[in-house]
Design a protein around this ligand. Structure first.
Ligand SMILES: N[C@@H](CCC(=O)N[C@@H](CS)C(=O)NCC(=O)O)C(=O)O
Length: 223
């Protein structure tokens, strides 16, 4: 049985959960806060990071969301998420990297630091200038999502792929932490509502971070 080490607001763990859900792979969640990681978890991942997907019977330990998702693509035939020609697969991987790296560095990472880590771990107030800059950059990323879904239907092309789930995983954390101002981003909002209403997304909408309640609209699939 797979065990996914995660914490509720880790966007990379969310991406892995979406991939597991789409492929109907069973797993148990183990909540692990990296800032509290003990010896047992560090034996699995000395870097102390989540997500980690572990099967103790098969003695398999997978680390890093993209490595995990690629492993699932290669080992589970159901519901492939990196699909099409070599060029189409390269485009999917480009966009996965864009959301995992640039979007996370610009928005999700700083927001997690300001709104989650400062509140729960460091006991500090968020820096309003950083929050404003995150919101400015969010609008730039949403402009790009508008363009992608207007021109292609889904993020990486005509079909739903891992790029959509990578983007939606990041946005779901932003939505939990701050809410998203969707005005002027009708296309991106419509796309996100469709992803949010998929069965694979339901577990994410139920997960709560201790000490940091979700805004009311967060779990509403029509919001
Ligand atoms: N590239 C990695 C990033 C994983 C990552 O940054 N995880 C964060 C939580 S969202 C973490 O564990 N941070 C703890 C640390 O860096 O010490 C992936 O895709 O899995």
């Amino acid at each position: 049985m797979w065990h996914l080490y995660h914490f509720p607001l880790c966007p990379f763990s969310r991406k892995v959960q979406l991939s597991l859900g789409e492929k109907s792979i069973g797993y148990d969640l183990v909540t692990l806060y990296p800032w509290d990681a003990g010896e047992e978890f560090r034996r699995l991942n000395p870097a102390g990071r989540v997500p980690v997907l572990h099967d103790s019977d098969k003695k398999v330990t997978l680390i890093d969301s993209q490595a995990i998702c690629e492993y699932l693509e290669e080992t589970v035939a159901d519901r492939p998420l990196i699909i099409g020609s070599a060029r189409a697969r390269a485009e999917i991987r480009r966009l996965v990297a864009l959301f995992d790296e640039s979007f996370y560095a610009d928005i999700t990472g700083p927001l997690l630091h300001e709104k989650m880590k400062k509140r729960l771990v460091l006991r500090q107030s968020p820096d309003s200038r950083t929050l404003r800059e995150c919101m400015r950059l969010l609008h730039e990323h949403l402009d790009y999502i508008d363009w992608l879904v207007d021109n292609r239907r889904w993020i990486a092309g005509a079909q739903l792929t891992l790029a959509d789930f990578s983007a939606a995983a990041q946005l779901s954390v932003v939505d939990y932490l701050d809410g998203i101002d969707w005005s002027d981003h009708e296309s991106a909002h419509g796309w996100y509502r469709v992803i949010k209403s998929r069965p694979s997304f339901a577990p994410l909408l139920r997960q709560k971070m201790d000490g940091l309640p979700a805004p009311r609209h967060y779990a509403d699939v029509n919001a």
